[in-house]
Design a protein around this ligand. Structure first.
Ligand SMILES: [Zn+2]
Length: 170
């Protein structure tokens, strides 16, 4: 995204402040930064910069990591969380990497699903959700949207009905 070259310095700082205002930083070690504004159908954060729509994770990568190059034009997630915008959870990859990654994640979800009818979250994500609620800054619905699960799944995680902290999912 070319917003850097056409945007005055003060405006860039304002954009970054506005961006960070819309992020819930989970307090667990390596916790995801959850985008709390618009999400795409697939759960990716969305924002508008100078009238152009872009992925919140792409904005984060371009702002805090660096430019993308033609050989690796896609911003991918190391964590299994499309709503995450934490710079060190992101990496530049190819369309091929992205497809392989999705396939691997799909497989993992399926395996977990066979073990547990409600499982769509990793143990780390469940822990991150619990920590968010301990801070009391968000709602079941909002966090459910961020993780792509029903608010009832979130409620069960928070109340300890599923994903007990000692339980290993994978
Ligand atoms: Zn993350």
């Amino acid at each position: 995204m070319k917003y850097n070259s056409h945007t005055p310095r003060w405006r860039q700082e304002q954009i970054i402040d506005e961006f960070l205002d819309r992020v819930d930083r989970l307090e667990s070690q390596d916790g995801c930064w959850i985008w709390t504004d618009h999400l795409s159908e697939k759960g990716y954060g969305r924002l508008w910069i100078n009238g152009k729509r872009m992925g919140a994770h792409c904005f984060s990568y371009l702002t805090f990591v660096g430019p993308l190059h033609d050989d690796k034009p896609i911003v991918c997630h190391k964590c299994d969380n499309p709503a995450c915008v934490r710079p060190d959870h992101l990496f530049a990859g190819t369309h091929y990497d992205n497809a392989i990654d999705r396939e691997a994640k799909g497989r993992r979800r399926k395996l977990i699903g066979e073990k547990h009818p409600l499982a769509k979250l990793t143990a780390e994500q469940a822990e991150a959700i619990r920590l968010t609620f301990q801070k009391g800054v968000t709602t079941y619905r909002k966090i459910g949207e961020a993780y792509g699960v029903n608010h009832d799944v979130v409620r069960r995680v928070v109340t300890g009905k599923t994903y007990q902290p000692t339980e290993r999912q994978v």
